[in-house]
Write a new protein. Structure first.
Length: 246
């Protein structure tokens, strides 16, 4: 039980990577709060995961919603030891084709949301004697991709914020790390994989010859949330089937 006694907030927890992380955390002994904007999806996921999981509807880009999420966590589980900033949107477009609204929404959720929630939990981690923040970036934090100008920029910001926050809070025993997945089999990816030829092209970008599984990302999140990674901060863990090694 590598996370026994820990309480975690996981954003984007109703499906995909976030849901897999919540499952893994509970199996390892944690109490978890999964957050997202779709309350029905959250309720289904929480019921599936079990009594140690609470679903809370929240918009991470809204400060009032973030404060309610933190309060709900403290009311139910009394403390906060781990935060997984996983909520994100992927709105495709190049510099000329992307709308201003889509650009702003991308940064509001992928970047501002990460900052707002991290800021909100830091005092509670400090009171607990330390904690772990796990930011979910992307392989596009480090390399570019066509038609992904806002998403790539936002995930680059996630990686940079991870390193800056790690330095700011290292002396407080609050660790901040980033997971950078390649293409993982999730609902988000499924929307862009309806064309079989396009899917084959994307799979071919990964030397291991397949997309990743949410559970493979969740395993890294467990490590970074646990005391096993007690001397790890400011790191980027790439899980991409060799995508970025080329």
């Amino acid at each position: 039980m590598r996370l026994s006694g820990k309480v975690a907030i996981i954003t984007g927890g109703g499906s995909g990577i976030g849901k897999a992380i919540a499952h893994a955390f509970v199996r390892e002994g944690a109490k978890v709060v999964i957050a997202g904007r779709d309350s029905k999806k959250l309720d289904r996921a929480a019921a599936e995961i079990g009594p140690d999981c609470l679903g809370v509807s929240a918009d991470v880009s809204n400060v009032g919603s973030v404060e309610k999420l933190v309060s709900a966590t403290l009311d139910r589980f009394k403390r906060i030891n781990v935060l997984v900033n996983n909520a994100a949107v992927l709105l495709p477009g190049a510099a000329e084709s992307l709308s201003e609204e889509d650009f702003d929404q991308t940064f509001a959720i992928n970047v501002k949301g990460l900052w707002l929630l991290s800021r909100a939990v830091l005092p509670h981690m400090r009171a607990a004697g330390g904690g772990s923040i796990v930011n979910v970036g992307s392989v596009l934090s480090m390399v570019g991709a066509r038609n992904r100008v806002a998403y790539s920029a936002s995930k680059g910001a996630v990686m940079a914020m991870t390193k800056a926050m790690a330095l700011d809070h290292a002396a407080e025993n609050i660790r901040v790390n980033c997971i950078a997945p390649g293409i993982v089999e999730t609902e988000m990816v499924a929307r862009f994989s309806t064309d079989e030829n396009a899917r084959k092209q994307r799979v071919a970008l990964h030397p291991m010859g397949r997309f990743g599984k949410p559970e493979e990302v969740a395993s890294a999140a467990v490590f970074l949330a646990s005391d096993e990674s007690g001397w790890t901060t400011g790191s980027v863990v790439t899980i991409d089937g060799g995508y970025s090694a080329q």
